[in-house]
Design a protein around this ligand. Structure first.
Ligand code: 2HG
Ligand code: ZN
Length: 482
């Protein structure tokens, strides 16, 4: 599928580039927006698509975490590829910097301006354009909200090969451009691999049409996107297992892969600290089970034959009980219980947001090492900062740990100095990735070298230059200036 227009965001973000953390960076020599630019945009897009009032700008200038704040004076909401192209032609000629923006749900400050960049919001390009029910190819615009696409496809018996807690507001353009991972990567693989083609707009306004629907096309460099959607399967089961230690968690994962094999669609975990936080911070949330357990593992299966899948799941659970891999747990009976179990996992970021300060780490590490880091960090903080909270959860099946640390504002700097660079260096030592799925954005620019050798970073810079010689697209993100 993908996106005509969606595409645009795909490209720019993929190539987003340049510079240092907003803390100490200087504005580059881009032009400043003038009244004549606003008039030009109004002529190109019409009055309603050019937003300059402060109240509406607020959302676009702030990220979801309220950690990064830009100062853009104008948000543009084009409705077609041609309009995107005309905006970029103008901005490139005038040397006006531009930040493309989707649902603005990112966690590393990649989708908000750093200074006064023009915000190019894809939110008005939100249509599903076509679905071929024989091949499972769907085409949609960049601003299409993930949940809307999910609902549209469900009516035809298909699913999007991606699911995220932010599904109600994130957009396909942002999903593709950031290669979003999420809850079912273990089943569907990397989103990138599901994209068959894109229509993208380059920094100078040139439209690249790579909107093909072929599954095989080895005719040169792979500059593509477009989605292929899988059939929606009716048999879904979900179990939540309690484990006493992380060794048991690892054995439960191994058993799930071995005993459930092709029907596994998600393996997630969170520690008891996470579930306590969700219950404490979010009204209406309660513990799933009365007993507590240091670790909880969610195992979801999706298949086509209910009795077969249910037999497999119970075999797996019996096996885990016999081997004393799990201490207890529950199997969801029906949709309401499933939503409750998933709700516990999906609401963790929202519960963290209610704390005074939160440090987020999105790391790929060998699965066997995943929880060691959480324990080490807890140990490092416990004496001097007893009020700090250390939370471990994530996509267990993919080796993706979300380590989150909270603390009172008064301790922020001291706690940060204990966490960084330690957490990143520990991850690099394990040959892990300092950003498993959230990207680099503004947050991790100065840490990129810990996951990529200098030769590769130099190549990234060159590639960005090919598509955006004036550097107007999403400046101050991902790459440090040389
Ligand atoms: C998730 O898996 C998201 O819930 C957010 O990637 C992770 O808040 C986080 O650190
Ligand atoms: Zn995640």
């Amino acid at each position: 599928m993908m996106a005509r227009r969606e595409i645009f965001r795909g490209f720019t973000n993929m190539l987003r580039g340049v510079r240092m953390h907003s803390g100490g960076i200087a504005r580059k020599q881009f032009a400043k927006i003038e009244e004549s630019d606003i008039s030009t945009f109004r002529k190109l897009l019409g009055e309603k698509s050019v937003i300059t009032n402060d109240d509406s700008l607020e959302f676009h200038n702030n990220d979801w975490m309220k950690q990064y704040r830009g100062n853009s004076k104008v948000v543009l909401k084009p409705k077609s590829t041609e309009e995107v192209s005309s905006i970029l032609k103008h901005c490139n000629a005038r040397k006006l910097a531009v930040v493309p923006q989707g649902g603005n749900t990112g966690l590393v400050g990649g989708s908000v301006p750093v200074f006064d960049e023009v915000v190019l919001s894809l939110s008005s390009m939100n249509k599903v354009l076509s679905l071929d029910e024989y091949s499972g190819v769907v085409e949609c615009e960049a601003g299409c909200i993930l949940q809307n696409l999910e609902e549209h496809l469900a009516k035809h018996g298909f699913v999007v090969p991606l699911d995220l807690g932010s599904r109600g507001s994130c957009q396909l353009g942002g999903n593709v451009s950031t290669n979003a991972g999420g809850l079912r990567l273990i089943r569907f693989g990397s989103l990138r691999a599901s994209v068959l083609g894109i229509e993208a707009v380059m920094a100078d306004g040139t439209v690249l049409d790579s909107l093909k629907t072929l599954r095989k096309d080895n005719t040169g460099y792979d500059i593509k996107q477009l989605f292929i959607v899988p059939r929606k399967l009716e048999s879904v089961h979900l179990a939540m297992l309690g484990c006493n230690n992380f060794q048991q968690v690892l054995e439960a994962v191994a058993a799930a892969k071995f005993k459930l094999a092709e029907i596994v669609s998600a393996i997630e975990f969170f520690d008891q600290q996470c579930s306590d936080l969700v219950v404490r911070n979010l009204p209406g949330m309660s513990h799933v089970l009365e007993t507590s357990s240091p670790f909880w593992v969610l195992v979801e299966t999706t298949g086509s034959e209910d009795s077969h899948d249910s037999d497999k799941l119970y075999n797996f659970l019996n096996y885990c009980m016999e081997k004393q891999v799990v201490e207890g747990g529950t199997v969801a009976e029906g949709g309401t219980q499933m939503r409750k179990l998933w709700g516990m996992r999906e609401n963790i970021p929202m519960a963290l947001l209610k704390e005074e300060e939160v440090f987020k780490y999105d790391l790929s590490v060998p699965t066997s090492e995943m929880y060691n880091l959480v324990e080490i960090v807890r140990e490092r903080l416990k004496e001097r900062y007893p009020q700090a909270g250390v939370f471990g959860y994530g996509h267990l099946g993919d080796g993706n740990l979300h380590l989150n640390v909270t603390c009172p504002t008064a301790d922020k700097e001291a706690v940060e100095s204990i966490l960084e660079p330690f957490v990143y260096e520990w991850t690099a030592e394990k040959r892990g990735s300092i950003s498993a799925e959230h990207g680099i954005g503004q947050m991790k620019i100065s840490k990129l070298y810990l996951s990529k050798p200098p030769e590769l970073i130099a190549l990234m810079r060159q590639i960005k230059g090919v598509f955006d010689p004036n550097g107007i697209l999403n400046p101050y993100k991902v790459l440090l200036d040389e």
